[in-house]
Ligand binder design. Structure first.
Ligand code: ARG
Length: 403
């Protein structure tokens, strides 16, 4: 009996052509699966389209809540921003999709999983490393790396030839990937790093120049590193992120134009919009500055960077990721409190920070007569603290004098 194949399916040109191509090549039963991470693509009508294209079954899984609570919140608590900026909407979504694909393969008795990633991107790595880790026996298929089509036009011809219902919409010049944590846009004119992004590359945010002339103030309350209230209102995790995407988007927050190092060794240029992610990372970081002791705060900066690299590089399910997340979770024990931000034409200004766990002590910090800091104690401290360097200079000066 031919093996069943689970296919990661979005209904776009690549995955539609892929389902047909696989059905002609393998004769095995094809199960098309789509995970909803809040990508806002047309999810209705997807089943009909998948079945028409050659799949025998279509499964849509709502992953939005799990995505935010089990994946996005971890990255937020970790302060994971790839190369210091990219909040990694795609990179965080892939391991969850990989997990979903392995679970469905198991449930359906399928021995193969196919995905529609190209051979030069990061997502093939994230899918395949994730799937190999979670289900090492599964066979992997990546038709886009091997098939005969050299361009979208050739795929389009194949689609027409085989009556594949691909929308005859005027194709966007961009490749777009979107979920609740943000949107990534590449290709077209963006491939030239000397060119600023055209306005039509942005989908979620207004141009900061066109944002309202009045600023908008928001308060965010965190509980153990996780945002729970916005402006005093309790939101479920998915709604909270949606709300902040709307609020940030209308104030031009969260646009990024980045050159980044891909796992496969090339540099690429991509445009990102992530209003909620940028607001939440800012607020969370600000709260940590108030609450974490100096050494933990400094150490966590290195851990954040390491975790960002692991996520970007497709190693979400690795032992090192789990171990570093255990450290992160222990640092979040006291990250409870409130941050007030002002959003204005693409900028974020911190207006207020407060927490019962705040280590900010006004009596120690003040320059007024309320000061309780022991100034005299600094003298002995600095003498000993600087002693290695004083000793070194004395030795060096002596040696110089003898030559
Ligand atoms: N460069 C980003 C990453 O590797 C996004 C990749 C997908 N981008 C896209 N426009 N389809 O996480």
């Amino acid at each position: 009996m031919a093996d069943k194949i689970v296919v990661a399916y979005s209904g776009g040109l690549d995955t539609s052509v892929m389902v047909k191509w696989l059905s002609r090549k393998y004769h095995g039963e094809i199960i098309a699966v789509c995970g909803d991470l809040g990508q806002k693509d047309e999810l209705t009508g997807l089943e009909e389209k998948a079945l028409k294209t050659g799949a025998s079954k279509f499964i849509l899984v709502d992953l939005k809540h799990e995505f935010i609570t089990e994946y996005v919140w971890k990255a937020l608590k970790a302060g994971a921003l790839y190369e210091g900026a990219y909040p990694m909407a795609c990179a965080i979504g892939r391991p969850l999709l990989a997990k979903m694909l392995t679970e469905i393969a198991e449930q359906e008795g399928a021995g193969t999983i196919a995905h529609g990633c190209t051979g030069k991107g990061n997502d093939q790595v994230r899918f395949e490393v994730g799937i190999q880790t979670l289900a090492p026996e599964i066979k992997l298929e990546a038709p886009l790396r091997t098939w005969e089509f050299k361009s979208r036009e050739e795929e389009m011809e194949y689609a027409i030839l085989h009556n594949i219902p691909v929308k005859a919409k005027k194709d966007s010049p961009y490749s777009i990937d979107q979920n609740l944590w943000g949107i990534a846009v590449e290709c077209g004119v963006l491939e030239d790093p000397t060119m600023p992004p055209p306005e039509d590359a942005y989908q979620l945010t207004v141009n900061p120049k066109d944002a309202p002339a009045e600023s908008e103030v928001i308060s965010i309350h965190f509980d153990k590193g996780i945002p729970v209230w916005v402006n005093g209102i309790h939101f479920d995790p998915v709604t909270l992120v949606n709300e902040l995407n709307i609020i940030g988007g209308r104030n031009g927050i969260g646009r990024m134009d980045l050159i980044e190092n891909r796992v496969v060794g090339i540099k690429s240029r991509e445009i990102y919009e992530a209003p909620a992610a940028v607001i939440l990372h800012n607020a969370h970081h600000e709260l940590e500055k108030l609450i974490l002791d100096k050494e933990t705060f400094r150490y966590k900066q290195d851990v954040s960077n390491k975790i960002a690299n692991l996520i970007y590089d497709g190693l979400w399910f690795s032992p090192l990721f789990s171990s570093l997340m255990a450290f992160v979770d222990s640092t979040q024990e006291n990250i409870t409190g409130e941050i007030v931000l002002e959003l204005y034409k693409g900028n974020i200004t911190v207006l207020s920070r407060s927490s019962v766990h705040s280590l900010y002590n006004k009596e120690l910090a003040t320059y007024t007569s309320d000061d309780t800091f022991d100034h005299k104690a600094s003298e002995g401290f600095i003498k000993i603290y600087g002693l290695p360097y004083k000793t070194m200079s004395l030795v060096n000066n002596k040696l110089k004098a003898t030559v």
